[in-house]
Design a protein around this ligand. Structure first.
Ligand SMILES: Cc1cc2nc3c(=O)[nH]c(=O)nc-3n(C[C@H](O)[C@H](O)[C@H](O)COP(=O)(O)OP(=O)(O)OC[C@H]3O[C@@H](n4cnc5c(N)ncnc54)[C@H](O)[C@@H]3O)c2cc1C
Length: 462
């Protein structure tokens, strides 16, 4: 790719920042990534990514993009011990109370089960190796730099180490990937720009997580179990194998139905969610660490693509744009899709870059938001607008899930959409709708009554 500028600065070296940096390194002479945390050499937890202690699933679409940006990454994850799910039969997935029919057919794309610190460490090593890129850790960004006209961003104010002395780091482009709590909205206001409109959906979610060593053959042939919340039970769990022969178990509860963080309460919670064999596997397992908790109160989306005025030289990326219910495991894959949106936008140079990029990035964000809000609002505990069109769509999706309990084609289609491999519209294609409808007929055969009786009890059926 032709270089379109001298220096790009990326704020935040978590997964989104690293992916953006990888793409920017093709378009700028130099890239500097600035990160507040000290960055470990190995796959270790760090303060700025507290979510890394909890179950982190890299969806199939995210994995494909990571391998495109870093060829060989997935093979190296596997060589380092990350389990890979190649057959659907190795998974057990029960969204909304519907155990999907995932027996005996190969997955279209594999799922790689690396822990979050391991995945981030592997990506960071590859980004660090890029010849025109530098990662500066222990460095906090405290504000933007603009000329007097404030029509563009020309750098950032940073504080290195603990000395508290501010410096200016000049840049042709500043990309904010400082996560959900990032300051870009406040910084925009300080330089005289509107903040982006926000959309929110409160879910009051809480996670509690512990790593386990399962007994050999505790769950024969299985590597991944996810039991989602359902209308009568706003709780769930995820249990899957990771590298180093460990399993991560994350318990999930909405709106006060929260998993406890003490060992007895934790196990009692498992009992209310897990099927008998999964419960037995967990009960017999060796705990490897303390239970840690995480609160996620609200789904949040910032609509940068709707702003009329935006300074040149600034972009926003990753969770700083949209952060959705982690139970659907979308964040890292949406960041990967945003990286492709950024790459495509950079091909046409830096003219009008923010408008073109925010529009392109909004596409994967739209899908993630639709999937999240649709699933969350299926729970009566979650308060939010449910217009008639929404109710019709959710009623249809509930039928899709019912059909997916018996029909592997429907189950796999549902999985592909949830792994961001295909658009939501695929569920509404005539061929799919027919399968869903026929399944309903098979499950509920028409009663053998004559037409006159039927008319008498409730009018003609359609
Ligand atoms: C509990 C939980 C579970 C999740 N599970 C999944 C999952 O299963 N699958 C999935 O795909 N996604 C999951 N996610 C989402 C995923 O973690 C994020 O989408 C992903 O990390 C990308 O986020 P990010 O890089 O934009 O921000 P973050 O990961 O929040 O990183 C922000 C970075 O910016 C740095 N920073 C912040 N402020 C400054 C500053 N002023 N100066 C310098 N540096 C700064 C921080 O130290 C950090 O490194 C989960 C999220 C949560 C909360």
């Amino acid at each position: 790719m032709r270089k379109i500028g001298d220096h790009a600065v990326v704020l935040g070296a978590s997964l989104a920042g690293l992916l953006a940096a990888r793409v920017l390194a093709d378009a700028y002479e130099r890239v500097t990534v600035v990160e507040r945390d000290p960055l470990p050499d190995a796959a270790e937890h760090r303060r700025g990514v507290p979510q890394g202690r909890h179950a982190h699933v890299l969806l199939a679409r995210g994995a494909q993009i990571l391998d495109e940006l870093f060829p060989g990454l997935l093979d190296d994850l596997v060589a380092g011990g990350a389990p890979v799910v190649r057959e659907l039969a190795e998974m057990r997935f029960s969204p909304g109370g519907h155990p999907l029919c995932l027996k005996g057919h190969p997955a279209q794309a594999a799922t790689y089960q690396a822990s979050r610190p391991y995945l981030e460490g592997q990506v960071r090593t590859r980004v660090r190796a890029l010849p025109n890129l530098e990662i500066v850790d222990r460095c906090e960004v405290v504000g933007l730099v603009t000329p007097v006209a404030r029509d563009r961003v020309t750098g950032v104010r940073i504080v290195r180490g603990a000395d508290g002395v501010e410096e200016i780091l000049g840049a042709d482009l500043v990309l904010d990937a400082t996560g959900r709590g990032g300051r870009a909205t406040a910084w925009l206001a300080m330089i005289g720009y509107d903040q982006p409109p926000e959309e929110q959906l409160t879910i009051q979610l809480k996670y509690a997580t512990r790593h386990l060593r399962l007994r050999p053959d505790a769950l024969p042939g299985q590597k991944f179990v996810a039991i989602g919340a359902e209308p009568g039970r706003p709780t769930g769990l995820v249990l899957f194998a990771e590298e180093r022969d460990r399993w991560v178990l994350t318990l999930i509860g909405y709106h006060g139905h929260h998993p406890p963080a003490d060992p007895e309460g934790f196990l009692a919670f498992v009992q209310t969610v897990a099927p008998p064999d999964v419960l037995a596997a967990i009960r017999d397992a060796e705990p490897l660490d303390d239970i840690v908790a995480y609160r996620f109160p609200v789904n949040l989306r910032r609509r940068y693509e709707r702003l009329r005025r935006f300074p040149a030289g600034l972009l926003v990326f990753g969770d700083a744009i949209c952060s959705t219910n982690p139970a659907y495991a979308l964040g890292m894959s949406v960041a990967a899709l945003q990286a492709l949106a950024l790459r495509d936008s950079l091909v046409s140079g830096d003219r009008d870059l923010a408008r073109r990029y925010f529009r392109a990035a909004a596409k994967p964000v739209n899908l993630a938001w639709q999937l999240t809000v649709g699933s969350d609002l299926a729970l009566p505990q979650v308060q939010g607008p449910r217009p008639p069109a929404f109710r019709v769509i959710n009623a249809y999706i509930s039928r899709v899930l019912t059909a997916a309990e018996r029909d592997p084609t429907v189950a796999e289609q549902f999985l592909r959409i949830n792994a961001l491999q295909e658009p939501l519209g695929r569920l509404f294609r005539p061929s799919m709708a027919l399968r869903v409808l026929l399944d309903r007929r098979r499950r509920h055969p028409e009663p053998a009554i004559d037409t006159t009786t039927r008319m008498a009890v409730g009018g003609p059926r359609t």
